[in-house]
Design a protein around this ligand. Structure first.
Ligand SMILES: Nc1ncnc2c1ncn2[C@@H]1O[C@H](COP(=O)(O)OP(=O)(O)OP(=O)(O)O)[C@@H](O)[C@H]1O
Length: 305
């Protein structure tokens, strides 16, 4: 059983801060790393896999530092987001090459075992370039599993898959976790993460925004007060209507518009346009007032990506 521990990890590229002071612990089972595009998921995964050093902070696997520690590669399998550039190889040749890179005692047997794990034996002698998206993903999984690592890191594994391929891969990931592995996968789709992950870590704009099981994340999204900035053609009139309607906890008039604190996020965003229409007030803008957390919630609830 393996545990990854991140302590105050940051990573910047020139002026761009991709990951900002993230601390978290990832244990056995399936963990979903959820966040919008550009949140820093790939950067985090590459650091966890030992392919990229943190600018500051530490990442440890079972107490051993990951960066510049070749031993780590034996314990971690990483499936990158990008497509393999080895389209001219067959699935078997590709997985075999990875087995040889790891200097496994019997690379042939290891490759065969890994291909069997992902049920790719029947197609192993065809070229990767001729595989479907789902098959390519499974061969990438086999290459990451060839040395039987206790930790598996998958970057956006469901991207571009059809529903059937998605289900197959979910089954496979569940199986990997049931065997005692620590499996982490990234995604920008809440539903995907909810279906598969027993634990969820949310990152937005490089920062750790929330963690827990999906119930905890959902609760966090709906229970806490949400502050919105609302601009309309007639702020005063709209403020009076919102107060009369009772759909907000407080309404303040400011120079930039209305600052509205809503207790029930969904109800408020559903009611506001109706209240405005009834009053004949045109809405110009509704935006979250607290960029860091509010954007997480509106992003998650809106399912945007
Ligand atoms: N090699 C790089 N050089 C400069 N900036 C980078 C580099 N890699 C990533 N970034 C920037 O760091 C931020 C985080 O990127 P990252 O790819 O880690 O996010 P992500 O959550 O994986 O998003 P996506 O799913 O779109 O890949 C982004 O602003 C990105 O533009």
């Amino acid at each position: 059983m393996s545990e990854l521990r991140l302590d105050q990890v940051s990573r910047w590229y020139g002026n761009v801060v991709a990951v900002n002071g993230i601390s978290m612990t990832i244990g056995p089972g399936v963990t979903g790393l959820l966040g919008p595009n550009g949140a820093g998921k790939s950067t985090l995964i590459h650091m966890m896999g030992g392919f990229l050093p943190p600018s500051t902070g530490t990442i440890e696997l079972d107490g051993a530092t990951i960066w510049k520690n070749p031993q780590i590669y034996r314990h971690v399998g990483l499936v990158p987001e990008r497509e393999s550039a080895y389209d001219f190889l067959t699935g078997r040749q590709f997985v075999l090459a990875m087995a040889k890179l790891h200097k496994l005692p019997d690379p042939g047997a290891a490759a065969q075992r890994a291909l069997a794990m992902v049920e790719m034996e029947p197609a192993q002698d065809r070229e990767i370039g001729k595989y479907s998206k789902g098959m390519k993903q499974r061969v990438k999984m086999a290459s990451a599993l060839v040395h039987d690592p206790p930790v598996l890191l998958l970057d956006e594994p469901f991207n571009g898959m059809d529903p059937r391929q998605r289900l197959q891969l979910m089954d496979l990931i569940r199986r990997m976790a049931a065997e005692g592995r620590t499996v982490l996968f990234s995604s920008h789709i809440l539903e995907e993460v909810e279906r598969l992950a027993t634990h969820i870590e949310v990152i937005v704009a490089g920062r750790h925004a929330a963690s827990g099981d999906f119930r905890a994340i959902r609760r966090l999204m709906t229970d806490r007060p949400h502050v919105f900035l609302v601009r309309s053609a007639d702020d005063r009139r709209l403020a009076a209507a919102i107060i009369a309607d009772g759909s907000a906890r407080s309404v303040e008039l400011s120079g930039q518009g209305l600052r509205v604190e809503a207790t029930d996020f969904r109800r408020f965003t559903w009611l506001l346009p109706q209240v405005a229409r009834k009053e004949g007030v045109r809405l110009l803008e509704v935006s979250p007032a607290d960029e860091s957390l509010e954007s997480v919630f509106s992003y998650l609830v809106g399912g945007a990506g």
